[in-house]
Design a protein around this ligand. Structure first.
Ligand SMILES: Nc1ncnc2c1ncn2[C@@H]1O[C@H](COP(=O)(O)OP(=O)(O)O)[C@@H](O)[C@H]1O
Ligand SMILES: [Mg+2]
Length: 407
């Protein structure tokens, strides 16, 4: 049994070529670095996957994201061996999946993984609880046991009241939820989800994402999730793998994808994404350089330097006031020597783990925000200028790339 954080799914040098002679010239050309389009033009074969390497850790939500045709479904299908690979290995929990066939393959699919797909259909003439328990029935689990497991799975997805309903009585979103319950009913370690929420309305989709993340949090399943939507990928992924033309372009945490896009292609995707949601305050905040209440106004203004402002702390290290450079200079120009005359106390505070989005409105006042720990002590200074700079950073990155990289 794989422990949390250990690799549970690994793809190594995986190629998938579609066509009558997958291991022939098309494979050679693809290996030699020829693009998918060129290989297709020269050989009539389609490159589904080109040297794909990634490993998914136990308990992680790993998202494969890319445009339609980029190879996402092909990749996930090597994991349950709906596809035979042309080359490379797929190892799941120590098992070389591509070598499985017959009964062991069936058992592996049933016990190891649950699958949820976009166009997944419920059996129209079975009620919900029997739909959810269908996989268990195939495994020979008794009716009472599978009803128990099915009800549990249904209650996790908020549908236990509908156990006796027929599929036609449920909305599309609810039916998709039944799909999730069905995947969970056999309590597999791994969930494979291919565009599972892509057909849903945005609002219902967000609810489903939240529920899935809640369930994942409780049950610590490993989820290999596929989507063509970068927003969805960044929202739910612990790590995101971006694919193009059958090849991996970048693998990283949402923050890494956003702040260090590996290529112009990724950067272009990223420019549409709302930056603030995934960047954390701790990545932007700077050393607080606090002021002591006993300092003179002149010294305080000097020590602010080029920052927008600094905080005055009490004996416990909690911020009690804010002196901005502008306020300090104004007070001094009116002849004041007293630090308190320039200090304001209408400043905002936040935690280092907050997202930039959540402090964005407060930053709009142009004042530094005090980043405090649980005890209320100052741990950082969040300068509104730095927030704006960070928001603009990816924009700049994109401008910096040569046009032809976008091809
Ligand atoms: N069974 C197949 N036969 C031939 N080509 C296929 C087959 N399945 C997928 N492809 C091709 O492989 C590429 C990757 O497809 P797919 O993995 O379905 O993309 P995605 O899921 O990212 O939209 C596409 O060019 C697609 O046309
Ligand atoms: Mg697909």
């Amino acid at each position: 049994m794989t422990e949390a954080g250990e690799t549970i799914i690994e793809l190594k040098n995986v190629y998938k070529i579609f066509g009558p002679q997958p291991r022939g010239r098309a494979f050679e050309l693809s290996q030699a670095g020829m693009t998918k389009n060129e290989v297709q033009a020269q050989t009539g074969h389609v490159v589904g996957l080109k040297d794909v390497n990634f490993s998914v850790k136990q308990g992680e939500i790993f998202v494969v994201m890319g445009l339609s045709g980029s190879g996402k479904s092909t990749a996930i299908r090597t994991v349950n061996k709906l596809h035979e690979t042309t080359n490379g290995e797929v190892i799941v929990d120590g098992v070389d999946v591509q070598k499985l066939r017959g009964k062991p393959l069936q058992a592996y699919r049933r016990e190891k993984m649950g699958m949820v797909f976009q166009h997944f259909a419920l059996f129209p003439h079975r009620n919900i609880i029997d739909n959810v328990g269908y996989g268990l029935k195939v495994q020979g689990v008794s009716k009472s046991e599978r009803d128990k497991a099915s009800l549990e799975a249904l209650s996790m997805t908020g549908l236990n009241a509908f156990a006796q309903s027929m599929p036609s009585e449920l909305s599309g979103g609810m039916q998709q939820r039944v799909g999730l319950a069905r995947a969970l009913a056999a309590d597999p370690d791994i969930l494979l989800m291919d565009e599972a929420f892509s057909a849903l309305d945005p609002l219902i989709r967000r609810q489903m994402q939240d529920e899935m993340m809640d369930i994942q949090n409780q049950l610590k399943k490993t989820i290999l999730f596929i989507t063509h939507d970068l927003n969805e990928a960044l929202r739910i992924g612990d790590r995101v793998c971006i694919m193009k033309d059958g090849a991996i372009v970048q693998i990283g945490t949402p923050e890494e994808i956003l702040t260090q896009p590996a290529t112009g292609y990724v950067a272009e995707f990223v420019q549409d994404v709302d930056q603030g949601r995934v960047i954390l305050v701790q990545e932007i905040m700077v050393e607080p350089r606090p002021l002591t209440a006993s300092a003179s106004l002149e010294d305080a203004v000097k020590s602010i330097g080029d920052a927008t402002g600094c905080f005055v702390l009490d004996a416990q290290g909690k911020p009690t006031g804010l002196l901005t450079s502008a306020d300090g200079i104004r007070a001094a120009s009116m002849g004041s020597q007293d630090l308190a005359s320039g200090v304001r106390n209408d400043f905002a505070t936040c935690a280092s783990s907050d997202t930039l989005n959540s402090v964005y409105a407060a930053a709009g006042r142009g004042l530094p925000i005090a980043v405090v720990d649980e005890a209320g002590c100052l741990v950082g200074n969040l300068d509104p200028r730095h927030i704006m700079e960070e928001m603009g950073r990816v924009e700049n990155l994109i401008d910096g790339f040569e046009r032809e990289v976008f091809m």
